[in-house]
Design a protein around this ligand. Structure first.
Ligand SMILES: [Fe+2]
Length: 299
């Protein structure tokens, strides 16, 4: 994950020089042989819980991507083995990084079809708490989707677009598109809405909240609308944006964002929970979860 997506977190975390690795592209060796039994155990707990929750909730492409990869319950996957399969399927690789990386490093990797994945795994007492994306979020959440050609092209285009958006000073706008698709996207499938965003797919509580709870809005994805919409970084999303199929992302990968940036620049942002008259609303949320939070009511 790039530092920009997280810079407003309550922890104020950003990729600092303190954790800068020796290599200029910030990659490190995964050091697979050095994972302890306890670390593999954390993976197993998370993997089993999440696999159960995602039955009937994850999109078909996530399920088939997972099935075709050497990812299982018993051990943290070895990135070399993941890359072998990914490379054959969509030309992607998984590379290890210590955690958050600077934006330009992150985009450069994506533009070259390398997915930077956190090498570490959360501690047993932090199963549901994540300061920085770890190997469970990055591998379980993201890598199955990289087996899909549309997502594979879309994320590469995001890397190329990120480098350009940085030069244009509009990275915040592009980051929202990534957030509401790659991290927190929902897709309409034959039996209803399904998860394709890694931030949802790797979270036990949000995979239920995003689909089953009455609180959040579920709104048809619209590029300009999303570019103008702030997001929640430290809690569940107030709004999820829904695409009709993953191919819609492929279309996004091919359009020139520059005129859009220009149009959107002078316009006000939307708050995460706002529903607009122009929205195509799939389900309007009650907003109860976040309203309670704001009033200090614990759920
Ligand atoms: Fe992520």
């Amino acid at each position: 994950m790039p530092a920009s997506l997280k810079e407003t977190t309550k922890h104020g975390l950003a990729a600092g020089d303190a954790q800068r690795p020796e290599r200029t592209d910030w990659t490190i060796d995964q050091g697979w042989d050095r994972y302890t039994a306890q670390e593999h155990g954390v993976w197993k707990t998370l993997f089993e819980r999440q696999s159960r929750l995602l039955l009937g909730r994850a999109c078909d492409e996530f399920v088939s991507g997972m099935a075709d990869l050497p990812i299982g319950a018993d051990q943290i996957p070895d990135f070399r083995h993941l890359s072998d399969i990914l490379m054959q399927r969509t030309g992607w690789q998984v590379v290890a990084v210590p955690g958050l990386v600077p934006d330009e490093v992150f985009f450069e990797h994506l533009a070259n079809r390398r997915f930077p994945a956190g090498q570490f795994i959360r501690k047993p007492h932090q199963l549901d708490y994540l300061e920085e994306p770890d190997v469970f979020h990055d591998v379980f959440g993201h890598v199955p989707m990289l087996m899909n050609p549309a997502i594979a092209d879309y994320i590469q285009a995001y890397g190329v677009g990120g480098l350009r958006a940085q030069q244009l000073g509009v990275l915040d706008k592009l980051a929202r598109v990534y957030w509401y698709t790659v991290e927190f996207g929902l897709v309409k499938q034959k039996d209803g809405l399904r998860i394709y965003g890694a931030g949802i797919a790797s979270s036990a509580s949000e995979s239920v909240f995003a689909l089953d709870d009455a609180s959040p809005n579920r709104i048809r994805f619209d590029l300009e609308r999303v570019m103008r919409t702030n997001y929640r970084i430290d809690d569940f999303q107030e709004t999820y944006f829904v695409i009709d199929s993953l191919d819609e992302l492929l279309a996004l990968a091919r359009i020139d964002f520059a005129p859009l940036y220009e149009r959107v620049q002078g316009q006000p942002d939307h708050e995460p929970g706002t529903v607009l008259a122009s929205d195509q609303v799939i389900s309007q949320g009650t907003g109860r979860y976040h309203a309670n939070k704001r009033q200090g009511v614990t759920q």
